[in-house]
Design a protein around this ligand. Structure first.
Ligand code: ZN
Length: 416
């Protein structure tokens, strides 16, 4: 398995490396999305540089990746490749056509005829129609079938996205020349609809038919993968779907299933471990930011109080962009709390979500003269406590890797 350890502030990576060093896992130490970079005022080049400095500092010699996450356009892919990333995660949210599963059969028939080339249609029917695809694994088997209507709907759902993927794939290949190919991930995790195993299967077979190889795929799962807190939803339903996705990925493309918003999904880690058999990529980022805020609460309580009230004032706006279920009424008024009572608040889900979704607002807040209100003091405090911060991150990430069943490098190196 592999793990992406996003570092939004560019100061957490030494802690990540200290954990990773002890395990047999390949990390993407530099992992940021376009959106995260916009909120933190960073570029892919800076993200890569920050990770590289941490690698030198920790004398880490085992290789790591740099993942440009949630790219949505050719231009963004190009910029990321120019900056030197080793992994491209392409987000299909804008390219899929969910109407294809809602429109009437008549309309679908008409659109299929209009939009899909006759020869292509023949090939697609030949690939899918009236076949039973049986997938087998240690936890049982399942099968997938397509009738004419579902072939048409799936085609209309995916065809623009598939054409776009081919374009990006060509761009990556032309860009990297003789260098080893960049890892290519496709993500659908931020679509407003589930990725069913049928959708995934159709997609996987089409990709391989088009000669596109990917290293990982991020479906949107059942239940809720909210940022920075544990999974909410039907664990059994998740496990069933996850298992199906893993079998499809293994059998029809030999790629990994990628879990986004993997921070603190503790209740699922052992299921993922059991069902994925190592065909897993886990992305985390939010957790390092929240641990940074814990150190602000610890080391600079007045700053924490200021940031907290600013975050509250932006909560409504921020919650419209991110899916969260925080209840502000469960957040106590900080005026009644002593400084010592602040750090443990970071264990409460409502606090975590509040600070999670407002990080961009906090980092970008400027006073009338255009100076950062919080950002500079935030970095100063973190640098002052950097060894403690890294220690906590090391423990935290080590806990993930243990639960995920990643092997340790040497036997005597057990968790203290
Ligand atoms: Zn994602």
């Amino acid at each position: 398995m592999t793990i992406g350890t996003g570092d939004r502030l560019g100061v957490a990576t030494p802690g990540h490396i200290r954990a990773i060093k002890k395990f047999q896992v390949h990390p993407a130490l530099a992992q940021q999305s376009v959106r995260e970079n916009a909120q933190a005022g960073r570029s892919f080049a800076q993200v890569i540089q920050d990770a590289a400095w941490a690698v030198f500092q920790e004398n880490y010699q085992e290789g790591y990746g740099a993942d440009a996450d949630h790219l949505k356009s050719l231009q963004e892919v190009k910029e990321a490749l120019d900056a030197g990333v080793s992994m491209v995660t392409l987000d299909l949210s804008d390219k899929l056509n969910p109407e294809a599963f809602k429109e009437s059969k008549e309309l679908i028939d008409r659109k299929f005829k209009e939009k899909i080339d006759e020869d292509d249609a023949k090939v697609i029917f030949h690939l899918f129609l009236d076949k039973e695809f049986v997938l087998k694994g240690p936890e049982g088997e399942f099968s997938i079938c397509f009738d004419e209507e579902s072939v048409k709907r799936s085609t209309l759902f995916f065809y623009k996205a598939l054409d776009f993927i081919e374009e990006v794939y060509e761009l990556i290949r032309s860009h990297t020349g003789n260098r080893p190919l960049v890892d290519f991930e496709i993500s659908m995790d931020e679509t407003p609809f589930l990725t069913s195993p049928e959708n995934h299967f159709f997609f996987a077979l089409e990709l391989s038919h088009r000669g596109v190889h990917i290293q990982s795929f991020a479906p949107r799962f059942v239940g809720e993968f909210q940022k920075g807190i544990d999974f909410r939803g039907d664990r059994e339903a998740f496990c069933r779907q996850f298992y199906h996705h893993v079998l499809i990925a293994q059998d029809y493309g030999n790629y990994k299933i990628s879990i986004h918003s993997g921070s603190d999904k503790f209740s699922l880690f052992s299921d993922m471990r059991r069902l994925s058999k190592g065909f897993l990529h886990l992305k985390t980022a939010g957790t390092s930011w929240l641990e940074a805020m814990r150190f602000i609460a610890l080391g600079n309580p007045p700053l924490y109080r200021e940031m907290h009230s600013f975050a509250l004032s932006r909560f409504k706006e921020a919650s419209e962009l991110s899916h969260v279920t925080s209840d502000l009424s469960r957040i106590p008024n900080l005026e009644g709390l002593s400084d010592g009572e602040l750090p443990p608040l970071l264990d409460q889900e409502d606090f975590r979500q509040l600070l999670h979704i407002t990080y961009g607002y906090l980092l970008n807040a400027k006073d009338k003269a255009g100076n950062n209100i919080f950002k500079d003091r935030l970095y100063q405090t973190l640098i002052q406590y950097e060894e403690d911060y890294w220690f906590v991150l090391e423990k935290h990430l080590g806990k993930y890797l243990n639960l995920l069943g990643v092997k340790r490098k040497s036997k005597g190196d057990d968790e203290k």
